[in-house]
Write a protein that binds this ligand. Structure first.
Ligand SMILES: [Zn+2]
Length: 321
C-alpha cells in the first residue's frame, strides 16, 4: 500500500534546502502538505558532484516509489543567486557552488525544470503562503540564526535586487563605532548584535561585569543564555535586551525604507522572543518613520523550519503555472 494518497492539483515539487550543515528535501503539494521529508548532513566534501549525486539518488528513490507526478525541483541555497543565469553568486558555507551552473546540471540529471532561490527569500514566500504573513503582499522575513538573513517580497513577488542580494539586513550598519568587524568586511553590522553568535559573544564579554551570573565561559551557547534569562539571570537578560535594541534599530530602518505590512522573524534566536521583543518594539516605535512604524506588524514566524521548503515549492508552482 502506498504511504500517501495521490495528491490533488498540479503535482508535487521536489523542494531542497541546501544548507552548509544540513540538507533537507521535501515533496510538497500545492496545498503546502509535505508528503515526504528527509533531513541529513550535507555531504562532507560538499563538491557539486557529491551534492548532485545525493539529490539525484533521493529523487530516483522517490520517483520509483511513485508518490505522485513531480513537476520540478526548487533548490534553496545559502547565498545570493543570479536567477537569470541560474548561478549561485556567493555561498560562504558552500563555496564549491559559487559560479557553478547548478540549475543546468541538475536539470539534465533529474529531467525536471529546476529553480534556484536564496534561502531567506524562500522563507519569506513560505510565511506569506502559509505562515504569519498569510494574506499580505509586502513582506520581509528576518532570520536570526548563526547569522542574520533577510528576504523581501513586494507585491507578492520576491524582490531579488539588481545583483541578487536584496534584503541583506544582517549586513546593514547599526553601530559604526562598536569597533566590531563583520566577516562581510563592514563594521557594526546587525548580525554582530542579533544573531545566535552575537548572543554568545555578548554574554561572554559581560561575564566580568556580572560576577553573580549563572553562566560560565565554558561551552556557552545561545540556548544556555536564553535558559538563564528565563530564570531571571541579569547578565542573560541584559544580553537579550541589547540584541532587541539593535534588532529594533535595524527593523526601524527597514520599515522606513520598505514600508512592509509585516516583518516576520524566524530562526533559532526567536525562542528568546519574550526576552528581546519589548526592546525591539520600543526602538521601532522610537526610530521608525511614524506613518509606517505605527502600522507595521512584527510577528514570530509560524512555519518553523519548513518556511523555506514551502516557499521554494510555492515559487516553483508559480513559475510552472
Ligand atoms: Zn556584515
Amino acid at each position: 500500500m502506498s504511504e500517501i494518497s495521490e495528491p490533488a492539483g498540479p503535482g508535487l515539487v521536489f523542494a531542497v534546502d541546501l544548507g552548509g550543515t544540513h540538507l533537507r528535501i521535501g515533496l510538497v503539494d500545492d496545498t503546502g502538505k509535505i508528503h515526504k521529508h528527509l533531513r541529513r548532513q550535507t555531504p562532507k566534501d560538499k563538491t557539486p558532484d557529491a551534492l548532485i549525486d545525493t539529490l539525484a539518488s533521493v529523487a530516483d528513490e522517490w520517483q520509483r516509489a511513485n508518490y505522485g507526478p513531480i513537476i520540478g525541483a526548487s533548490v534553496m541555497v545559502p547565498g545570493p543567486v543570479d536567477t537569470a543565469q541560474a548561478v549561485v553568486l556567493s555561498a560562504p558555507n558552500l563555496p564549491s557552488l559559487i559560479n557553478f551552473g547548478l540549475k543546468a546540471v541538475l536539470q539534465e540529471r533529474l529531467g525536471w525544470p529546476v529553480f534556484l532561490e536564496n534561502d531567506a527569500n524562500a522563507a519569506a514566500m513560505g510565511e506569506m503562503w502559509l505562515g504569519a504573513a498569510r494574506g499580505c503582499r509586502d513582506v520581509v522575513s528576518v532570520t536570526l540564526g548563526t547569522g542574520v538573513g533577510g528576504g523581501v517580497v513586494l507585491g507578492g513577488k520576491v524582490w531579488r535586487g539588481a545583483h541578487g542580494a536584496a534584503g541583506e539586513i544582517g549586513h546593514t550598519t547599526v553601530d559604526p563605532f562598536s569597533g566590531l568587524k563583520c566577516k562581510c568586511g563592514n563594521t557594526g553590522c546587525l548580525e554582530l548584535f542579533a544573531s545566535a553568535t552575537a548572543i554568545v559573544r555578548m554574554a561572554r564579554e559581560s561575564l566580568e561585569q556580572f560576577p553573580q551570573a549563572m553562566l560560565s565561559a565554558d561551552d556557552l551557547t545561545a540556548e544556555k543564555v536564553y535558559d538563564a534569562g528565563r530564570q531571571g539571570d541579569e547578565l542573560a537578560l541584559s544580553v537579550f535586551r541589547r540584541a532587541g535594541k539593535y534588532l529594533g534599530i535595524g527593523l526601524a530602518n527597514l520599515t522606513s525604507l520598505i514600508d512592509p505590512e509585516i516583518i516576520v522573524i524566524n530562526g533559532g534566536v526567536v525562542n528568546g522572543w519574550d526576552l528581546f521583543a519589548p526592546d525591539m518594539y520600543a526602538e521601532v516605535g522610537e526610530r521608525g518613520f511614524q506613518a509606517t512604524a505605527k502600522q507595521v506588524k512584527i510577528a514570530r514566524a509560524e512555519c518553523g523550519d519548513n518556511a523555506g521548503l514551502l516557499g521554494a515549492a510555492r515559487l516553483a508552482f508559480d513559475e510552472t503555472a
